[in-house]
Design a protein around this ligand. Structure first.
Ligand code: GLY
Ligand code: MN
Length: 457
């Protein structure tokens, strides 16, 4: 937990920005995995953590801006809880640690909210993303599902704070990045033909657990790297495979790291693997070189895509002008996702608040295939923590679909692409803090160039 002053200052800034109304924060509860008492790993809501710092189930909070009150609602532990869960600080003690003096029993939240509504106060809440949130909004605010409209001013006020990481947050994120790098180094060293993917996953996740935290999202560790978010770990690694890893650690305080790497199953890349790997590296280097405050991230994405088209032209897979190919969306056959995202208390920071507000500053997103998956497009500013993760993939079904439609055939040599359909995918990913002068990579370096990767194998 940060110091009391941090949480008090965060809430004060939020109150100032909102000016009026009642801000209602839904904490997260435990969720049964296959019966109620056997729950998923508990994770507090990140906005709740940001303003109230307490990671515990059964809490709700209000910042009543109109009446200048901050209240935490929740129940003190009973003797039964203590018998089964051990001695815990009381809610009162925990709330004092984050500068909240007013704690009340959970059952009072409903009355408080109903009274506020009756008195004409505007009750703001953030987008619900769990069924339990929706039930609480029904029970406590009397809102049917169709009327559970989150507050755009509240969303914008939270984004305007959480998008800018403070120095103490950067220290915490960098811790997550260091553990993340160790997860990758462990995997990159151990992969051998004959192993199961899940053996690699187990070793990586042990690193995150041994550092006192957990993973920041479901690990991707696969011989089928062409599947962007592949969570199947049952394949045997074979000689000649490429192995794609996308994994991150979350610190005990909830901050995330997120890196990707791609290694050959053998000690060295094949010539064909290395050729495509070099192109992905060139995309990565060009993107990192362009990071600075004032540049729209969509421009950096365009640059990475043009570098890929230029490289794939060299292999005979693409043709014509890179500018035209990227404008028309032809690159997306091989690069159907964005360049990166904000990162903080969520690996895709504040994704539940809406990419439009977090990554686009309210601007509408493109609907073009590939470009529409850009999570972050807005102009970079000092204090943003972002990922850089260009990729190149050969997705057989997508290639067949486009080929069948002769789609954007001016830019794609489908005959030559055909022989790459068994290639797999390559992605490398690093995390950066945007600074006044440019950008700083966060966490230990993991191998990126083919030489660096092979040296580790
Ligand atoms: N690390 C997974 C992603 O960024 O989508
Ligand atoms: Mn990522």
């Amino acid at each position: 937990m940060f110091s009391k002053a941090t949480y008090i200052a965060r809430r004060a800034q939020l109150k100032k920005r909102m000016g009026s109304g009642l801000l209602f924060f839904l904490g997260n509860d435990d969720q049964g995995l296959h019966y109620e008492e056997n729950a998923f790993r508990y994770r507090q809501d990140s906005t709740f953590l940001y303003y109230f710092g307490i990671s515990a189930a059964g809490l709700a909070a209000v910042i009543d801006v109109d009446n200048d009150r901050e209240i935490l609602f929740g129940d003190e532990l009973t003797m039964d809880h203590i018998i089964w869960m051990g001695t815990q600080p009381t809610l009162r003690e925990r709330s004092q640690e984050v500068g909240v003096e007013d704690t009340r029993p959970a059952r009072e939240i409903s009355v408080y909210l109903q009274r506020a509504k009756a008195q004409g106060q505007v009750v703001h809440f953030l987008p619900p993303y769990r069924a339990e949130h929706r039930i609480k909004l029904m029970e406590w605010l009397g809102l049917p599902l169709s009327a559970q409209e989150a507050s755009v001013p509240f969303i914008r006020a939270v984004v305007a704070q959480r998008n800018y990481k403070s120095a103490e947050e950067v220290v915490e994120i960098e811790k997550a990045c260091d553990i993340t790098a160790d997860m990758h180094l462990t995997a990159m060293r151990m992969i051998r033909p004959g192993m199961k993917e899940y053996e690699v996953v187990a070793a990586m996740e042990a690193v995150a657990a041994a550092a006192g935290g957990a993973t920041s999202f479901p690990t991707i560790a696969t011989v089928n790297g062409q599947t962007l978010h592949n969570h199947y770990y049952g394949n045997t690694i074979r000689s000649g495979d490429l192995f794609l890893i996308d994994a991150g650690a979350e610190t005990a305080m909830g901050y995330a790291g997120d890196m990707s790497s791609t290694v050959p199953a053998d000690k060295t890349f094949t010539t064909r693997q290395r050729e495509v790997y070099e192109i992905q590296n060139a995309m990565h280097r060009a993107s990192v070189g362009a990071l600075r405050p004032g540049i729209p991230y969509e421009q950096v994405y365009d640059l990475s895509a043009r570098v890929m088209v230029e490289g794939l032209k060299g292999l005979g897979l693409m043709k014509d002008s890179p500018e035209d190919a990227v404008r028309e969306g032809a690159h997306a056959l091989f690069y159907p996702h964005g360049l990166g995202h904000m990162m903080g208390l969520d690996v895709h920071d504040m994704e539940n608040l809406g990419e439009i507000w977090v990554g686009y500053d309210g601007r509408p997103k493109s609907t073009q295939f590939g470009r529409r998956s850009l999570r972050l497009a807005r102009t970079l500013e000092p204090g943003f923590v972002i990922t850089v993760e260009p990729g190149i993939y050969f997705i057989p079904e997508l290639i067949d679909l486009w080929r069948g439609e002769n789609k954007l055939a001016d830019f794609i040599d489908y005959d030559n692409v055909e022989v790459y359909k068994d290639f797999g995918g390559i992605r490398n990913e690093e995390d950066f803090l945007i600074t006044e002068e440019g950008a700083r990579r966060l966490g230990k370096k993991i191998p990126l160039t083919p030489e660096e990767v092979e040296a580790l194998r």
